[in-house]
Design a protein around this ligand. Structure first.
Ligand code: GTP
Ligand code: MG
Length: 247
């Protein structure tokens, strides 16, 4: 594992998500084999170069040591600051980055109850940016699928919600955000059926639908998966495999 120069053209996976979710801890674990005890609030993005073995079923620890001949794939893992004032780094890297193979949106499943609105607001921004990116390239060729992994971290804590509940809570909250954002539009006297999908820039997912589900993002070539794990306990192999399969 080496520090990457900023100019490599490797495929990349971007880590985004609210502050304190564990993004930098995950980066550190994958880079050094153990999670740092003292991470601090990230203020700038950082990238590391990682290698996936030809055998995608290897754990992240085995992949580091694997020197068997065969196809090794290198990629950049990009960590971004979660602080609300520093999200331009994350948002820019989602839209501008060539060779983007996946987005990992990490959240703290143990405090999701308290942080649901803030977490869902950020997720809304991320998914909406990706939705717009896809609808912009609608011209001739079908845009490639963009994969999003919602990594529900801190499953080691007893307050952590299981991924099924993380999913349903987020879907409900994203639906609420969607509704409240469209209020201005509806108040202007335009019926929801009269508005062209293209015109309503802030509506996430299937236009006019009552409930938001992550499945609605497929219409925009976005695949969303939700998987739990724990950086502290080094239970990150499901995320590692998710990434490996998308490179
Ligand atoms: P920002 O840089 O502010 O966006 O936060 P971040 O997402 O990079 O979070 P960071 O990795 O700095 O972790 C925040 C805190 O959560 C640290 O104290 C970590 O030790 C802790 N943490 C990370 N992963 C886990 C986990 O799986 N379980 C528990 N219990 N704590 C964790
Ligand atoms: Mg950080």
């Amino acid at each position: 594992v080496t520090r990457a120069t900023p100019y490599t053209n490797l495929p990349s996976v971007v880590l985004v998500g609210p502050p304190g979710a564990g993004k930098t801890s995950l980066l550190t674990l994958l880079e050094r084999g153990d999670a740092a005890i003292d991470t601090h609030t990230s203020q700038v993005p950082q990238s590391i170069e990682l290698t996936v073995s030809a055998d995608q079923h290897l754990s992240f620890r085995e992949a580091v040591k694997d020197d068997a001949p065969g196809e090794h794939k290198k990629f950049l893992l990009v960590d971004t600051p979660g602080h609300g004032k520093l999200r331009n780094f994350a948002m820019d890297s989602l839209v501008a980055r060539e060779g983007l193979k996946g987005i990992v949106f990490m959240l703290d499943a143990a405090t999701l109850d308290e942080n649901l609105a803030a977490t869902a607001n950020y997720l809304y921004e991320v998914l909406l940016a990706l939705q717009k990116r896809v609808s912009k390239t609608k011209t001739s060729k079908t845009p490639s699928v963009i994969n999003v992994l919602i990594a529900a971290n801190k499953s080691d804590l007893f307050t952590a919600l299981p991924s099924t509940l993380v999913k349903s809570n987020l879907e409900a909250e994203l639906g609420r955000i969607r509704k409240s954002r469209s209020k201005g539009l509806l108040a202007s006297g335009v019926g929801i059926d009269d508005v062209d999908n293209e015109e309503n820039d802030d509506w996430l997912g299937e236009f006019g639908s009552e409930k938001f589900t992550f499945g609605q993002m497929q219409e925009f070539n976005l695949e969303v998966d939700i998987v739990g794990g724990s950086v502290t306990e080094a239970k990150v192999d499901k995320w590692w495999h998710w990434v490996s399969e998308r490179l």
